[in-house]
Design a protein around this ligand. Sequence first.
Ligand SMILES: Cc1cc2nc3c(=O)[nH]c(=O)nc-3n(C[C@H](O)[C@H](O)[C@H](O)COP(=O)(O)OP(=O)(O)OC[C@H]3O[C@@H](n4cnc5c(N)ncnc54)[C@H](O)[C@@H]3O)c2cc1C
Length: 480
Amino acid sequence: MSRPHNDPSSCTALQQALARRFPGRVLTEPDDLARYAADALAAARAYRSGFRADALPAAVVRATSVDDVCRLLEWAQEEGVPVVPFGGGSGVMGGAVAVAGAVTLDLRGLNRIRRVSRQDRTVEAEAGVLLSDLGEALDAHGLFFAHDPWSVHVATVGGAISTNGAGYRVGGYGRMADQVLGVEVVLAGGRLVRTPAVPAPGPGPELHRLFCGSEGTLGVVTAAVLRLWPKPEAERLVALRFRRFEDAWNWVLALVEVRLQPAVLDVGEEPGTGEAAPGGFRTETTVYVGFDGPQEVVEGAVDRSLRIAEKHAAQRLPDEDATEFWRTRHQPGREFARRVRAQPDARVRARWGRLFDYLCVSLPASAVLEFRQAAFERLSREGYRLAEFGLWGCPELVSVAYADPHGDPAEETDRRRLAEVSDWLLRQALRAGGGLEYCHGAGVKLHHLVPEALGAGLDVLRAVKQALDPKGILNPGKLL
Ligand SMILES: Cc1cc2nc3c(=O)[nH]c(=O)nc-3n(C[C@H](O)[C@H](O)[C@H](O)COP(=O)(O)OP(=O)(O)OC[C@H]3O[C@@H](n4cnc5c(N)ncnc54)[C@H](O)[C@@H]3O)c2cc1C
């Protein structure tokens, strides 16, 4: 078993040992450690985990090379010291929150783009490269990278792989794992593994997939070869409004029927002036739908999707609305970065927060309307405010966001009530044959529901964990 070094004398010994091994790359000052106490998870959303945003790492190692990572993990395994990988710290599930007395490994110094190949349509990028920097670097090559989350300006390649995130283009291009051709990963003990980086690497299961979504519990990703796409000849995005979510839903299903797959599909049902929805909420649904590819294919797809929309009582919104949506799509990530700059002590930032939750579940399409009805009725009974019910990319990727407008985040009963509602909704999704969370991982927030979500599959994953990380030094208490 790993042992956190949280008594003062062994903490000092650990800090000194690290400073000798990684001169100039170890942080031990309390103000510096406080920056790494939390990620974007607010404690109010993590009631079940007991996370209070008060633990500090014993030290932070800021790796600048793959060799640093190998040497740290070799040493950590020998000493039985836990290591928490930290990318941009924008995770919303607490995957990167500090484990008291452990070492946090900051990977942002591994920030080289090693190779871009126009012909192979690949880039080899180190784990700490920011997604927005990657995008800018590829522009010059006439290529683009398809994973485009709200948080491109703060999230790293390694963090996106480790959470297997989803972005605005998830419908057309898939999740982060679908962009990964191969990974370079350091195992507990320091061994470096590189998986083949071609589209069909067989034989055997695709090993790189094991590390996608594993939240730093099975290895530390140091670099990846990522799939790229030529910049499309044409791109069009249009905005629509539906007075009833059901009309938008039927329109989405009609697109699926004729196999029109938009590159971008963002369906958001929000409080509005439309017809009454379940639970008595009044809502309206705004949709942004985009296609990319050869000019005539794009024009044809837009035209057909609009003709289908007419049959489902859609109102076409001005093109400026769609342009503005696209221009401001990364604003929440920039806002998070601004909050981090304004309050670098992550403990203060994460303490309680708002009584708000945001669930992203994958459901069979046949279960979506029933899930929505159950969710709205429960939220209404609780007196909660519906912030949004949404679909991303396809009918199956569903999100629901809500807030307790009257509760007090400092009150334990209000936090517990929020947790009960969230757990109930997540269990509804599991009962319907769905998944727990489709893009943010489990971290500490959903750790308690992972056994229900994975069943015997969790034993398989734990056996893999035991084989790869017998002392359990990699990100303990997260995901597995
Ligand atoms: C405002 C805002 C908007 C967001 N929008 C989206 C969105 O649209 N889509 C989406 O999917 N997510 C979104 N997120 C969540 C977050 O940005 C993603 O989960 C992102 O992929 C995390 O990347 P990161 O570099 O910040 O990782 P971190 O938060 O640092 O880490 C996330 C997890 O990965 C592990 N990890 C990090 N780097 C490595 C590595 N190199 N090797 C092994 N393990 C590692 C950590 O230990 C942790 O478990 C949003 C977050 C915020 C705050």
